[in-house]
Design a protein. Structure first.
Length: 230
């Protein structure tokens, strides 16, 4: 791994915000999911949640531009499961919906642990998601349309959260588990070796402070040995 790539991956890991996430409520269009993942990566989110009851989550690679490699996707079979996850992490839960209690999305304090529920292209946020939210939020519009594309709405909210967190000095300090960071450094810094590890069923080695592999001779011998597929 080059020093430049090592530095870039570490910078990304230092800026990840594990206590800020979005939850896509049965959003079916792959290009919308991919666009949300791409913005989540750009805004420093660590993971994106999705509620899909009976179908596999699909992502358009062209739209995601590789961001699915950097942002974790957590799929839930029900909104109840997603809400339980957020409550377990002491997150405030926001839902984008028109209601008498909805407030401008910019009035929210996003420096708090936050989960933002966004609805699907046809029905919006589900009744269970709306009922479970601590606060409803809206994006003010003064034209003829009543709603934005879900990926556009997600981008506006995520960047408001990024703005607030930047002002609060919340970026630049690593908050992720070191074991996860080691996995990312190895998989993304040494992809050929990572693929070989999966094929040979070898454990991932450690990565040192310069981005190089730390492994004993036995590991290297197994890595060099031909596998059944070779």
């Amino acid at each position: 791994m080059s020093p430049e790539r090592f530095a870039r991956i570490n910078q990304m890991l230092d800026n990840r915000q594990p206590d800020l996430t979005v939850c896509l409520d049965t959003v079916h269009k792959g290009n919308n999911i991919a666009a949300v993942l791409r913005t989540a990566d750009a805004a420093g989110l660590h993971e994106v949640h999705a509620v899909w009851s009976d179908i596999e989550m699909r992502v358009s690679g062209n739209t995601a531009s590789g961001s699915q490699q950097w942002v974790k996707t957590c799929v839930h079979h029900s909104m109840k499961d997603a809400i339980s996850d957020f409550r377990g992490k002491d997150m405030q839960i926001l839902a984008t919906t028109f209601s008498d209690t909805a407030v401008d999305f910019r009035e929210i304090d996003y420096t708090r642990p936050t989960a933002i529920i966004l609805g699907n292209e046809r029905d919006g946020v589900s009744p269970e998601g709306i009922a479970s939210a601590d606060q409803h939020i809206i994006i003010p519009m003064i034209g003829m349309v009543q709603s934005l594309n879900v990926s556009v709405a997600a981008a506006l909210i995520m960047y408001e959260a990024q703005r607030q967190r930047t002002e609060a000095g919340m970026y630049g300090t690593r908050k992720l588990d070191e074991a996860y960071c080691q996995v990312k450094l190895f998989e993304q810094g040494h992809p050929i070796y990572a693929k070989a590890c999966r094929r040979k069923k070898l454990p991932y080695p450690a990565i040192d402070e310069t981005g190089q592999i730390v492994a004993d001779e036995a590991w290297w011998q197994k890595m060099r040995a031909p596998s059944d597929e070779e």
